[in-house]
Design a protein around this ligand. Structure first.
Ligand SMILES: O=c1ccn([C@@H]2O[C@H](COP(=O)(O)O)[C@@H](O)[C@H]2O)c(=O)[nH]1
Length: 279
């Protein structure tokens, strides 16, 4: 099965929520854990125990693992393995993007069968040009994995680049969305090349002429919870494209830890809320 097909099935079974695994130093402290790789491991295991097999996807944020060096990256590898064991899709949020030849190496690390860092999908940055992502697109599609391409990000600063107009007059965001749509054109269920569109972006899709309904791929929507977006924002931002949305919340769920039952409840509540908003 393709990533798009697997994600569609997971969203049907569990609801449209992705739980972000973002072990901020402050969260480790709140959970009574040391700010080192052992604390990171406890944190990640607790989250996977709480939500593995119960939500559509998890999204470990690579930065919070990398800040602990190679021992932290080893914990990220364990999260990827735990996703596989529990049948929970893993979106590695590493936002990679580089010239094509280097992008090939990133693709090898995060999308190649047998790589310990290869989850089910990877977030990528197209701001060296969408074509620079070709090695990742090729490997994702040939290995049954997926990509989420940054399009309209949840931070206010993103507009400076993403709302800018090309020489032909289209917005940068609209161009990125059209490129993803072209790659998903033949997908029957949902394509495997998704976009990142923040749940906080208001009417940015309309203002930038970004046709989210035409993407025929998943729309990863961070910004739910700690960044202020909720059910109303999800419904308003995505409108007719809402069935493709995978809402993502990290701190909004993680603050309920370290109690496993509390974390699980927070995740399932967030999933139900997202499902109701995106129905
Ligand atoms: O546009 C984007 C793209 C990615 N993110 C990532 O999502 C989580 C958000 O965490 P919260 O605690 O739910 O705010 C984090 O890993 C970001 O790097 C995003 O927020 N916006």
């Amino acid at each position: 099965m393709t990533f798009g097909e697997r994600l569609a099935a997971a969203m049907d079974e569990h609801g449209p929520l992705c739980v972000g695994i973002d072990p901020h130093a402050s969260l480790l402290a709140d959970w009574g854990l040391p700010d080192d790789a052992s604390g990171l491991r406890s944190f990640a295991r607790t989250v996977m125990e709480a939500v593995g097999g119960r939500v559509a996807a998890v999204k470990p944020q690579a930065a919070f693992f990398e800040r602990h060096g190679s021992a932290g990256v080893a914990v990220l590898e364990e999260v990827v393995a735990a996703g596989r064991e529990t049948g929970t899709l893993v979106v590695v949020d590493a936002k990679r993007g580089d010239i094509g030849s280097t992008m090939g190496a990133y693709a090898d690390a995060f999308l190649r069968d047998g790589s310990p860092l290869a989850g089910d999908a990877l977030t990528v940055s197209p701001y060296l040009g969408f074509g620079s992502l070709d090695p990742a697109v090729d490997l994702a599609l040939s290995s049954g994995r997926g990509l989420f391409v940054l399009c309209l990000t949840s931070n206010a600063e993103g507009a400076q680049v993403q709302h800018a107009r090309t020489a032909e007059g289209a917005s940068v965001a609209a161009v990125m969305a059209a490129r993803a749509a072209a790659l998903n054109a033949d997908a029957a269920v949902m394509g495997s090349i998704g976009l990142v569109v923040g749940a906080t972006v208001g009417d940015a899709a309309a203002r930038t002429g970004t046709d989210l309904s035409a993407v025929n791929g998943p729309l990863l929507a961070p910004g739910v919870g700690a960044q202020g977006a909720g059910a109303d924002e999800l419904a308003a931002v995505f409108g007719p494209a809402r069935r493709q949305v995978l809402a993502s919340s990290s701190r909004g769920v993680l603050r309920a830890g370290p109690d496993v039952a509390g974390l699980r409840k927070a995740a399932l509540d967030a999933s139900s809320e997202a499902a109701a908003a995106l129905r």
